[in-house]
Design a protein around this ligand. Structure first.
Ligand code: ADP
Ligand code: MG
Length: 340
């Protein structure tokens, strides 16, 4: 089922948390809402769920205006970071709960069959008689997903469902969630503040800043063509150096960079740590190495440009220049944005 938001607004007292958001999630698509804490992700998701009502705009499920439909009639399944399972019920009872209280009446045996199916889907076969306290955090979130899926929702809403788990478990779970999504094809809106998680999982990433959409595109779009400095910074480590733009060229510490279509004035050059080659001689921004930090797959070099700005870059494990070495930063890929 397709979800459409048209100019949705939400204000708490005098604070506007969501500023006229328009967004479509196509039927069967997995879209990530990505933004820092406080950017309005949960508020948007709660409005789609019907747990919160918009005070402007409309939300459609397919062709139907769902803006004022109550949560229990929307046919949504949701999983939240702290959407605790019922501790006194077994895993099987937790998964069956929604089916038992649903308006759609099911035979006991049909419920039992469905619980077994869902346990298999979330790879927890045989654990139906355990209690939530007897399984791991990752397993509990899988149960929460099974419970959300039990009533065949038209739409799945996930709010940082793996947020409380260890990094390794999170990575496994998101690969797994993507597989389940591909199997079921259920329209899914996934909220996260974790860039890697969004890029890993989603068909499309919608990036929010202070209640506004700043970019909406495929993972490739947002990575290769960040819309502005906020997106560039938010998606990963970025170096920034002040630039002066003149006639389509950005000048940075004596080195020119193409900046077509940009108005003359102050700008900023952005580039990722992986986009630099260190040259002992030749062209580039002159700099001195301050420190080298070892990582499992490379070395992170902290340097300072002759203009006094900090820059970090990644070098291969063989990189052998030490503290105090002088050289040049050859920047392979850079973007210029207007100064804020
Ligand atoms: P996110 O999920 O991206 O961290 P939220 O949607 O939870 O962001 O919150 C967006 C903004 O709205 C925040 O500034 C938050 O403090 C505010 N907010 C959220 N819910 C309420 C509420 N019930 N009352 C007042 N302010 C709220
Ligand atoms: Mg939130």
């Amino acid at each position: 089922m397709k979800i459409s938001l048209h100019n949705v607004v939400k204000t708490f007292d005098t604070f506007r948390a969501v500023h006229g958001i328009s967004l479509e999630v196509e039927s069967g698509e997995l879209v990530a809402l990505l933004g820092p804490s406080g950017s309005g992700k949960t508020t948007i998701l709660r409005m789609v769920a019907g747990l919160e009502f918009a005070d402007g705009g409309n939300i459609y499920f397919g062709a139907e205006d769902a803006t004022d439909i109550a949560v229990r009639d929307r046919g949504v399944g949701f999983v939240f970071q702290h959407y605790a399972l019922f501790p006194h019920m077994t895993i099987g009872e937790n998964i069956a709960f929604g089916m038992k209280v649903s308006k759609v009446k099911r035979e006991k045996s049909a419920i039992a069959t469905r619980v077994t199916e869902l346990l298999r889907l979330v790879q927890l076969d045989g654990l139906q008689d355990r209690f939530p306290a007897q399984i791991s955090g990752g397993q509990r979130q899988r149960v929460a997903l099974a419970r959300a899926l039990a009533v065949d929702p038209k739409v799945l809403l996930l709010d940082e469902p793996f947020g409380a788990l260890d990094a390794n478990v999170r990575r496994d779970l998101r690969r797994w969630l993507r597989q389940i999504h591909d199997e079921l094809g259920i329209t899914t809106l996934f909220v996260t503040h974790d860039q890697e998680e969004a890029l890993d999982l989603a068909d499309r990433v919608v990036i929010l800043d202070k209640g506004r959409i700043v970019q909406n595109g495929t993972p490739e779009d947002v990575c290769r063509n960040p819309a502005n400095a906020f997106v560039m910074n938010f998606l990963g480590d970025a170096n920034r150096l002040p630039a002066t733009i003149q006639a389509g060229t950005a000048h940075v510490e004596g080195v020119p960079f193409q900046a077509p279509d940009m108005v003359d004035g102050k700008g900023e050059l952005f580039f990722r740590p992986t986009d630099i080659d260190w040259r002992e001689q030749g062209e580039g921004i002159p700099a001195t190495i301050l420190r080298v930090i070892d990582r499992p797959d490379n070395r992170r070099v902290l340097a300072r440009t002759d203009g006094g700005h900090a820059v970090e870059f990644d070098a291969p494990p063989e990189f052998s220049h030490g503290i105090g070495a002088a050289g040049h930063l050859a920047i392979q890929r850079a973007r210029v944005f207007a100064a804020p």
